[in-house]
Design a protein around this ligand. Structure first.
Ligand code: FAD
Length: 490
């Protein structure tokens, strides 16, 4: 039986393990942390449970299909509910809007609150669906680095519809032209942040994302986001995958441009050289080359691309319940354009940032003590370039507490009874993401899709790449897709 080593038990590493074990390989996963999931993990503190990273679950069929692949049933407890309200939006001037999941209901709400025709909003979501359908076939299911992808029927449909896909203008330009209303433009511009990009630079192609939430659905797993990791690790183990936690890979061993295995360190053993037929790296591709393959040629043009945004996350145990908040909440900045300019040009955090609050205890009450809520408060931040983070975070904490207190008419500071903080430095430390970026390279230019690394190495035989830093991109669904594309190629 041929042996494969997987570096990292992030969601893409675990999905890869399942797919390759199913293909008949003997699979071993080496994970530096003592837990699986990388960004998709969780922790508990003072009676509160927090999902550490992702909070929005879309395209659950990409998880389901891993169970179907190996002909096993997902455990009964792995249930996820489709949200009836996707997000609660708040502006400083007192405007509040509920983004209902059903497009007609959402469109009616927009008409009622912002005075924009519901028909126009529904048409926007239909256009989003069309773009998604065309692009999904072209960009998300196959390797972009194979000629066959570019000569397929799906590709030809893409070429024929090119002018409708929004490749040539920015997201903000398209949304302003279509809606004119600044608040609705801001609401739809926000989708650029779903892959860590700037709506004033990223192509309007990313207007495919609202389709996923409104037409396909936004979901929440009954046992929290981390359950996605847990059920997939159990599935992998059930088909023979071996996991080695607290095992960090220090080098990918090669000979004559051919993979030979990995050099691994662990707490309880001497460094070991282990031999494998193939290696799949779920480590960020930049660090895979720079740290694990120091002697090999590096594709510097791809690795040096500007990174996506990172984030500062305040995990707050809040001793009060806020009926006006739901699972996902956004408190918008009054100057969105400036917020992104400060983030991507000045590499700092704007002093009136947009605040995202996720409260899983709204759907899973045991995540917080009775009468309390577990707040995951995310503020988009630049990737780590050695900024004075301690100072930035100190100022940001004040600004966020003041903004939330203002908008929700409360004294938030007095309600926080426990706190943990994640920032670009700790994200990099915990998951090896280059500069702590959440989604690998940014998509701030129209060639971004082509400037992500392929799912295989063109120079080293039997070396493959998966995860949010390579094709097709970051976020749980795309990380899962990367494993699917890799398994097709391997
Ligand atoms: P990672 O999760 O980065 O895992 C990589 C793993 O490899 C880690 O466990 C790491 O320890 C291990 N590793 C690295 N190097 C080595 C080595 N040398 N040896 C051994 N092990 C190694 N996505 C969404 O879809 N929805 C969201 O709402 C969302 N919100 C997010 C919020 C935050 C705060 C963050 C951080 C991310 C968010 N994302 C979201 C993005 C999403 O989490 C990621 O795109 C996805 O989880 C990436 O998975 P991955 O498998 O590529 O890698």
């Amino acid at each position: 039986m041929k042996k494969v080593a997987i570096i990292g038990a992030g969601i893409a590493g675990v999905a890869s393990a399942i797919r390759l074990a199913h293909k008949g390989y003997e699979v071993e996963v080496f994970e530096a942390n003592e837990y699986a999931g990388g960004k998709l993990s969780s922790f508990e503190q003072d009676g509160y449970r927090f999902d550490a990273g992702p909070s929005l679950f879309t395209l659950p069929h990409l998880v389901e299909e891993l169970f179907q692949l190996v002909e096993k049933k997902a455990p009964d407890f792995f249930e996820y509910e489709r949200l009836s309200t996707i997000c609660h939006y708040f502006w400083e001037d007192g405007t509040r809007l509920n983004a209902y999941a059903e497009p007609p209901k959402f469109a009616q709400e927009v008409e009622k609150v912002l005075g924009i025709s519901a028909v126009k909003v529904e048409q926007f979501l239909k256009d989003s669906a069309f773009k998604y359908e065309v692009l999904d076939g072209l960009f998300l299911q196959d390797s972009l680095h194979k000629l066959s992808t570019w000569t397929s029927k799906k590709a030809i449909r893409g070429y024929l519809n090119l002018p409708k896909l929004g490749i040539f203008g920015t997201m903000n330009h398209a949304n302003e032209k279509y809606f004119q209303h600044p608040k609705l433009v801001q609401l739809f511009n926000r989708y650029a942040t779903y892959n860590g990009s700037d709506p004033y630079q990223t192509p309007a192609t990313l207007n495919i994302i609202p389709h996923l939430e409104y037409n396909v659905g936004a979901f929440f797993p009954k046992k929290g986001m981390v359950d996605i990791t847990n059920v997939l690790v159990d599935l992998a183990k059930s088909i023979g995958v071996k996991f080695y936690f607290q095992h960090r890979v220090k080098e990918i061993l090669t000979q004559n441009q051919q993979v030979k295995g990995v050099r691994v360190t662990s707490q309880d053993r001497e460094e070991q050289e282990l031999f494998f037929d193939k290696v799949v790296s779920n480590m960020d591709v930049t660090h895979t080359y720079r740290k694990l393959l120091p002697q090999s040629p590096h594709p510097d043009k791809l690795l040096n691309q500007p990174k996506s945004s990172s984030g500062v996350i305040f995990y707050w145990g809040v001793k009060k319940s806020f009926p006006e908040l739901g699972l996902h909440n956004i408190l918008f900045s009054d100057d969105y354009r400036e917020e992104f300019r400060v983030m991507f040009a000045d590499k700092k955090i704007f002093n009136d940032p947009t605040v995202y609050i996720n409260i899983s205890s709204k759907h899973k009450p045991d995540d917080a003590p009775e009468g309390c809520e577990n707040w995951f408060v995310l503020i988009n931040a630049p990737a780590n370039e050695g900024q004075d983070w301690d100072k930035l975070i100190q100022d940001l904490r004040q600004q966020v507490i003041q903004k939330v207190s203002r908008i929700l008419s409360c004294d938030l500071a007095s309600l926080i009874e426990t706190e943990a903080i994640l920032d670009p430095r700790s994200i990099e430390l915990k998951t090896s993401s280059a500069q702590g970026a959440l989604y690998g390279n940014s998509s701030n230019n129209k060639y971004a899709a082509f400037l992500r690394h392929a799912n295989f190495s063109k120079t080293i035989k039997d070396l493959y790449f998966v995860g949010g830093s390579v094709h097709p991109g970051g976020g749980i669904p795309l990380a899962l897709s990367s494993a699917k594309i890799m398994a097709k190629e391997l």
